[in-house]
Design a protein around this ligand. Sequence first.
Ligand code: MTE
Ligand code: MO
Length: 178
Amino acid sequence: MDRPVVYDIAVVPPVDQSAFRLRLHGALEHPVTLSWAEFAAMPRTQIVRDFHCVTTWSVRAVAWEGVAASEFVRLARPDPDVRWVLARGRDGYTTNLPYEAFIRPDSLLADRMNGEPLPRQHGFPLRLVVPSLYAWKSAKYLEEVEFRRDLARGFWEERGYHDRGDPWLEERFHETPR
Ligand SMILES: Nc1nc2c(c(=O)[nH]1)N[C@H]1C(S)=C(S)[C@@H](COP(=O)(O)O)O[C@H]1N2
Ligand SMILES: [Mo]
């Protein structure tokens, strides 16, 4: 596999798994906060996918393991008119993505990468992985997933990056300046 490249907006202190919480909130029938033990008890999945950064590098065939995004949808039951997801990391990083992309069968919340616990610089203990979109949508150090009817932009999207970010369509920037 190619050498992974790390892109971070800030230095992130490690978190104790006993203090870890994952919060699913917003337009949901059943908002929920999960401890690490609760997350670890959920059904597991694995995928192998290339990882596409917007700055032209791609990392080939990364093996991710964790819990499918669709399992959190089953648990939290988003309202039928939810259109967007806003993911937030412990470093304050945020990114928005279409709900449709979040629920794709290959989207997951990963706690293992290439057969090992997620390395610290790749988002320990948990990150979002959305292989169908550019890598900036895959929020590391994940703590919050907000389900929304309307668009709220994340860190890069506020700075002109695309609200969806499909690498096959090369959706890097917004077409029109905002
Ligand atoms: N929490 C958090 N997640 C993040 C970022 C970040 O700065 N903070 N950077 C994003 C960007 S721009 C990219 S390209 C990928 C890089 O993932 P990697 O460091 O695991 O290669 O993480 C994304 N997720
Ligand atoms: Mo990136």
